[in-house]
Ligand binder design. Sequence first.
Ligand SMILES: [Zn+2]
Length: 267
Amino acid sequence: MVRQKAIADLQSLSLREARGSGDFACTACRERYSLAPFEQRTDQHGTIYDLWICLNCLAILNATHLRAIHKGADFLSWQSDSSEEFYAVDNAYLATVPDAIDACGFIDFLLSAYPEQSRSVFLDFGAGRGILSGAAAKRFEKVYAVELSLNVLRKVHAAMPERSRIVPSDNYLDIKDGFDAVASMHVLEHLPNMRDILDTLVERMNPGGSLFFQAPMLRRDYLVNVHYTFFTEVSARTLCRNLGLETVGIWFDHALDFLTCIAKKPS
Ligand SMILES: [Zn+2]
């Protein structure tokens, strides 16, 4: 069955589509034409993904779904379906929230990698269940936890020890404060318009502010219809440079194949 589908999908790839013809753009650097076929891979269900590489920044792109979005597919509904399911919480989960916050090592990691980090305003962009926001509230004066849908986040917020310093929000454009740190954990890969959002966030970042992100690298179990960008080290460094940021460091989680990046805005 999978094999038959593979052959059918292969035949549907026309010659025109096999060149960078501007029918989708690089999510990281906006390049439209200097894109090349990289490889095809199947996800865990046998669905074929057409993966392309951006020759400008070396990001690997999910061409299958970027093309669908370019043609008008409603990717926001894919996102909210998957996040509501992924982040559903019950009372048993809520009871573990303070411990989950204590166990979150990201903030200590940021402060050790970038000791000059100012501790005023932290933005958790794509906060999910808000655990990172909870951890940030122990070290920063004010934390904005931004998520598409606040149903789950509001429930967890009520269980957070430092909740008075955490502001849940579903619209980052309404936030008036400048950001000293913008963290985006497992979010950038979900954004077909990543650059529009990052450009805006960096513009609102204070001098010396940091961008801290983690994203899955290319691996079969990370092939899903809501992952559009697979970072490589070069693409992460190029993205930071394009945003006017200086890369502080790039790290790899070897067990999970995650890439972590910290960059700072020049003072
Ligand atoms: Zn690119």
